[in-house]
Design a binder for this molecule. Sequence first.
Ligand SMILES: NC(=O)C1=CN([C@@H]2O[C@H](COP(=O)(O)OP(=O)(O)OC[C@H]3O[C@@H](n4cnc5c(N)ncnc54)[C@H](O)[C@@H]3O)[C@@H](O)[C@H]2O)[C@H](O)CC1
Ligand SMILES: [K+]
Length: 496
Amino acid sequence: MKILSAEQIRKWDEFTILNEPISSIDLMERAARQCTQWFEQKKGGFRKIRIFCGKGNNGGDGLAIARQLVEKDILSDVYILEFGSLGTNDFQTNLSRLHSFPVTIHFIQHQDFFPVIDKADLIIDALFGSGLNRPLDGLSLQLVQHLNKSAATIIAIDLPSGMFADKPSPTNAVIKAHETLTFQQLKFCFLFPENEPFFGEVHVLNIGLHPDFSIAGNSMFELTDWKMIKEIYKPRKQFSHKGTYGHALIVAGEKGKMGAAVLCTRGCLRSGAGLVSAMVPEEQFAIIQTAVPEAMAIAQETIETVDLSKYTTVGIGPGTGTSEESARLLQRVLVNYNRPIVIDADGLNIIAANDELLSELPPGSILSPHPKEFERIFGKTENHLERIQTARLQAQKLFVYIIVKGHYSFVACPDGEVYFNSTGNSGMATGGSGDVLTGILTGLLAQGYSAKESCLLGMFLHGLSADIAVKTTSQEALVAGDITEYLGKAFLSIAN
Ligand SMILES: NC(=O)C1=CN([C@@H]2O[C@H](COP(=O)(O)OP(=O)(O)OC[C@H]3O[C@@H](n4cnc5c(N)ncnc54)[C@H](O)[C@@H]3O)[C@@H](O)[C@H]2O)[C@H](O)CC1
Ligand SMILES: [K+]
């Protein structure tokens, strides 16, 4: 699913109005109806519902919701932020419709008119949506501060008021919503970790924008979905043997960090590689051979003489440390291997300290830093959007895939496209989960998925496996090893 800017979504509205066809006011009615149904199903037991409206179309949504709620016998008070100018056409139409309904309408012209809010109240925030074009100031700023100070539950319509839809809002006063009901699809702002304290849990409500609107090519940003992933997934052939699915080499681990090697090797095997060899320090053989008997062990000390060309791909970095010997391991692989490989963790830290290695990366390789590792290599970034833009430029320049891990991990591709992953949960913020991802990516590359397919399928499987796991383990108790254990169930749900 493409991620569109507020301007592109506005064009999609216009396209829908023209081609469905539907009037603009009926489209607003439909959007509001989705919200009303959500409130009906999910919310009850509040002392008072207070709907705060601006005079744009976001406010129009709020007025329509107030009327539709009365039709369901749910009463509310409406507060309109009043600057003396007329609202949008659809706002004004909904205001006149509301007059014949038993809803108390208050006009707020000064902070003395702010209501006292009880913690048992429900606030519906319909002050500003995607049309916000500058940070809030004056009375709107004061009102947002007043609402945020209350202990009431806040539900934002489309986006929390004060937040820009497409860019960071670092200095803005923004509504702190517990939940946000956003229309049709996720906006960019919901992918920025800095915004998380404001949007709470986000629900995407389908308001039926026209399916024929051509969004392809209009955006370089896309969210992975089941359809895309099911198209990438290739069922195994009946007449296959272990050689069909490649031979992956995992270069990982050092004394005290052998867990990283174990997790990475297990992730690689569980994602379907035919054969996996784990290159670890010779004195640590017992650990890997006991923990992962399906894998072969090969000594890191043999790196100068080993024939790397017999491996279909290499995954390098988890737990190797950054010593001179470890740097030498990476250097040898980079110089002597020319098919795409996966580099993570200490492999990335070694590159950060020796940036000349960037020019040695085999084309189409995958780097999978977390934000701190990313900044060590590519420099400090002010916010998530800047990180996305930097990753995009670097992926194009170096002809590599850069996966930046986090909630909505994303991959920047050499063709300039950026895909955000839609699976995963906070339980994954636990030691070793990145090592498992490296293993999965290497395993997928080994069995013949392209680097791009490996990134998209790998990130999705990694998150999905954790999503399935937490239903049993809880987010708190999830450990990285659980992600490998539940990979089978993740594969099954993609295959079926
Ligand atoms: N497809 C959809 O998603 C639909 C969305 N709908 C709703 O419409 C809003 C967008 O409406 P719009 O009128 O364009 O903008 P806003 O309501 O966000 O209001 C902006 C309004 O306020 C002025 N303004 C901008 N910044 C400020 C500021 N800092 N201080 C004061 N005033 C400001 C601006 O000039 C505008 O006049 C979308 O979010 C949805 O909620 C439709 O209902 C249906 C389809
Ligand atoms: K809002």
